[in-house]
Design a protein around this ligand. Structure first.
Ligand SMILES: [Zn+2]
Length: 57
């Protein structure tokens, strides 16, 4: 079993650094996601909100 460590990643959208936590890394691996997140939570939430906005019509 892998030991995960918190990792700092720079958001591609806003340039802010955010933490990809050990718990999230374990979750990603469990789900079979091979890509690390590229955006901080704020930008992901914004993207998600935009998607929901465009889906409206
Ligand atoms: Zn961001």
């Amino acid at each position: 079993m892998n030991e995960f460590q918190d990792k700092t990643i720079k958001c591609v959208d806003c340039g802010e650094e955010f933490t990809f936590t050990a718990g999230e890394q374990a979750f990603y691996q469990e789900k079979g996601f091979t890509n690390e997140p590229k955006r901080c939570k704020a930008c992901r939430d914004k993207k998600k909100a935009q998607r929901e906005e465009t889906r409206r019509d």
